[in-house]
Design a protein around this ligand. Structure first.
Ligand SMILES: *[C@@H]1O[C@H](CO)[C@@H](O)[C@H](O)[C@H]1NC(C)=O
Ligand SMILES: *[C@@H]1O[C@H](CO)[C@@H](O)[C@H](O)[C@H]1NC(C)=O
Ligand SMILES: *[C@@H]1O[C@H](CO)[C@@H](O)[C@H](O)[C@H]1NC(C)=O
Ligand SMILES: *[C@@H]1O[C@H](CO)[C@@H](O)[C@H](O)[C@H]1NC(C)=O
Ligand SMILES: [Cu+2]
Length: 727
């Protein structure tokens, strides 16, 4: 039965994610004694039995809600439904080139209609033709197809000639682990390190691109840890052991084992799961706290994907690669009530994480998490009341396994209203005429959130909408450091290779390797339509003439409209400040200012790697913090359509070099936020969140403060609440 098989695949994905991101502790929940017993337990006397157990679990079925089976699309941008995905698979199974040799599916998602069709569509109109965008791998070639669901036909088919491969499937990852676990030499190395197979946890790592040796085949590097005594196996690396696997040939290419003298760190006190009877931190306990919403939340979700709240309307969906996509964001004009366009589409396009260690077991760690693993595929269910507050609405993601079958990732997005005690505007005054003013308004916002767990790291992606028109885009980083084993226990220890430490000691025998995080956002701005320009408003210092003023210098704003892409390749500089506006030159305020939104950067560390260093070549899209390109429906992924092992021949940096005109055009803004991360002891064993973000803020878009007449909150509006159930 169709449903049963897709359930099986969702389970398969879960298992692999668990291999990939979750500790082995999950096993005892379903297999008593699997982890709890001793070496002599029948489950894990040998590695073969471990493997067999794994495989039999992959065959098991789980019971997952069937609620999406009857979904139908309501909006041109709605993701493919389960029925549509099944139809695409059936069309492709009788498509001549794939009939005799079955490809694996790495992407199967909505091929969005042309922008003009989406903009012209109104509720009630028939949907534009539904199409699927497919990337399938067959005999080492990436086939890029468009499938028309109404015609039941493939309407375009090209073999991509770029350097990279599509993102990994869960099958690729489990293959890499299985090939590793079945290797005899690997067996030896694990025994030699004194780790028992029952405690072994291995993760599949993307390999980057480092020259001809690894070209022409798909490679995954596997590294392993000991989970003995902790669910947090990431803190117990088997250092210096890397198994390079050819995923398609299903064979080990190389085993590098250079960490023999390095002990597996002990990992005491590294478990992060709550122990109700465990020792609490030395602090006064907090009383339970929540936000009051006596009348419930103020947002509505229409037809599954349209979010309406206060003066905002937008389309929200999960995407296997981007995670969370906001489309057609529109804000209501506070004076006229007109719904005005702000952004056609916004999403994190790539996430680059280079580690700063040239060692054999570390040099390749330079991940492109969106294009290699997928920010949606790695997102797991949010935890009610902790990940998202009470009254949050949860949205599922419907993705596709490598055999083309759909599966559901439940509750990976949440939508909620937030009041964090902040103020949206205020003033108080003692009037000389007796009537005092004391006015303040609370800041209530609407948040949409997705948390990707890409292996060890967690990235919480937020889009926060304000009633004053501002959109705050934020990422919170948490999860585990990727740590390196060392013989060193203390900073005082005499260690011969101390100078080669590539990060601080964060625990005994554990180095937190220095690394960066760069998140590049695709922001297709449409300010009151598509006729937009990018304006750099520079602050320049002017000097007064002798005798002109007691002042010697002052600042003035100078506007420069970017003509072509190179005018908009921007490196931020503290002593050369500027604002960056996207404006509509044909939409003027009553005072003659063009309607605009500015991007307000922050969280902007820049990459210092050599531009010819392979990871930086592939991630040249981080060489500037801001880029602007003319709209092009295929230029979505800053690191290229096929990012896995790519050489950087299809990145934003390459497109932008064409230097196309961008003035009075439909333009896309790209912003990269960056974080240098020098780990510290507090990051161990799990990191308190570190946040970085930026704003999209109206400039002369509204005629005046759009929330001037917003009402204050009074005591009677907030009766003391009784607890209500969360859902
Ligand atoms: C599986 O789901 C069905 C309904 O969809 C339910 O009746 C049944 O009890 C569930 N089985 C288990 C084991 O949860
Ligand atoms: C969409 O746009 C592309 C290029 O602009 C064009 O080739 C194609 O025919 C359009 N498709 C439809 C359905 O209008
Ligand atoms: C864009 O706006 C400018 C300024 O109003 C106008 O001259 C130009 O014709 C517009 N372009 C388009 C394509 O509408
Ligand atoms: C759109 O982008 C693709 C990929 O960069 C490029 O090949 C194509 O020429 C672009 N189309 C236009 C109209 O610029
Ligand atoms: Cu970090």
């Amino acid at each position: 039965m169709e449903t049963a098989t897709f359930l099986r695949f969702s389970f398969l994905l879960f298992i692999v994610l668990f291999l990939f991101a979750q500790p082995w502790y999950w096993y005892p929940l379903s297999i008593p004694g699997f982890l709890g017993g001793s070496q002599s337990s029948p489950w894990f006397t040998s590695k073969d039995q471990l493997l067999q157990k794994l495989l039999s679990i992959l065959e098991t079925q789980v019971n997952i809600s069937e609620e999406h089976v009857t979904d139908v699309p309501h909006h041109p941008l709605d993701p493919l439904t389960i029925q549509e995905i099944n139809k695409v698979r059936s069309i492709l199974s009788s498509y001549a080139p794939f009939v005799n040799s079955y490809p694996t599916y790495h992407t199967l998602s909505l091929d969005e209609p042309n922008k003009s069709q989406v903009l012209a569509w109104k509720k009630g109109d028939p949907l534009p033709p539904r199409k699927a965008f497919v990337i399938a791998l067959l005999n080492d070639q990436s086939h890029v197809l468009s499938v028309d669901l109404d015609w039941g036909q493939v309407t375009s088919h090209a073999i991509n000639s770029g350097s990279g491969y599509p993102l990994l499937t869960s099958d690729d990852m489990s293959t890499a682990i299985q090939v590793t676990l079945s290797n005899v030499e690997f067996d030896e190395t694990i025994r030699e390190r004194g780790v028992s197979f029952s405690d072994l946890a291995c993760i599949p790592l993307s390999t980057g691109w480092y020259g001809p040796n690894e070209e022409g085949r798909r490679i995954i590097k596997v590294q392993c840890f000991s989970s003995e005594g902790t669910s947090n196996f990431y803190m117990r690396p088997i250092e210096g052991l890397t198994v390079t696997v050819d995923v398609d040939k299903k064979e080990v290419v190389k085993i590098s084992n250079k960490g023999r003298g390095i002990p597996v760190p002990k990992g005491t006190n590294t478990d992060y799961r709550y122990q109700p009877d465990g020792k609490a931190p030395e602090m006064e306990p907090l009383n339970p706290i929540s936000m009051e919403q006596p009348n419930g939340p103020s947002f509505k979700i229409e037809d599954g994907h349209i979010v309406r709240w206060a003066n905002w309307v937008f389309h929200l969906k999960a995407d296997a690669r981007a995670g969370l996509v906001i489309s057609r964001a529109m804000v209501r004009d506070s004076e006229t009530g007109e719904l005005r366009s702000v952004m056609y589409r916004g999403f994190p396009s790539e996430l680059f994480v280079p580690y700063m260690d040239p060692d054999e077991a570390w040099y390749f760690k330079s991940y492109l998490d969106a294009g290699e693993f997928g920010l949606g595929l790695t997102a797991m269910s949010l935890v009610p009341l902790n990940d998202c507050p009470r009254h949050a609405y949860y949205m599922d993601g419907i993705f596709v396994a490598s055999d083309g079958k759909p599966f559901v990732q439940q509750k990976i997005i949440c939508v909620f209203e937030k009041y964090a005690g902040d103020i949206s505007w205020r003033h108080s005054e003692i009037s000389p005429f007796g009537s005092a003013a004391r006015e303040a308004r609370p800041k209530v916002t609407l948040v949409t959130r997705l948390a990707a767990t890409v292996g060890n790291y967690d990235y919480v992606f937020d889009w926060e909408f304000q009633t004053d028109g501002l959109i705050h885009i934020k990422v919170a980083l948490s999860g585990m450091l990727m740590v390196k084993g060392t013989t060193q226990q203390n900073m005082d220890d005499e260690v011969s290779n101390k100078d080669k430490m590539t990060g601080p000691l964060v625990s005994e025998n554990v180095i937190g390797v220095i690394h960066d995080h760069y998140i590049t956002y695709h922001l297709d701005m449409d300010i009151d339509g598509t006729n937009n320009s990018f304006v750099k408003v520079s602050l320049v210092k002017l000097e007064t003439l002798p005798g002109e003023s007691p002042r010697k210098s002052y600042l003035k704003a100078e506007r420069h409209v970017a003509k072509t892409e190179k005018d908009a390749q921007i490196k931020l500089k503290l002593y050369d400040p500027a604002e960056f506006h996207v404006i509509n030159p044909s939409r003027l305020s009553r005072l003659g200012n063009p309607a605009g939104y500015k991007i307000v950067p922050s969280g902007n560390d820049a990459s210092l790697l050599d531009h010819n260093d392979p990871p930086q070549l592939r991630s040249a899209f981080t060489n500037n913090q801001i880029w602007v390109t003319p709209y092009n429906r295929t230029e979505l992924w800053a690191g290229g359509l096929l990012a896995y092992q790519s050489k950087g021949d299809d990145t934003l940096a390459v497109w932008s070099e064409r230097n196309r005109p961008i003035e009075e055009k439909d333009i896309t803004l790209w912003y990269t936020l960056g974080i240098h991360h020098i780990p510290c002891q507090e990051d161990y064993p799990i990191m308190p969140t570190v946040t970085a973000g930026f704003d999209l803020k109206p400039v002369n878009f509204f005629e005046r403060n759009p929330i001037l007449r917003a009402a204050p909150i009074l005591e009677k509006d907030l009766p003391v609440c009784q607890p209500t159930a969360s859902f």
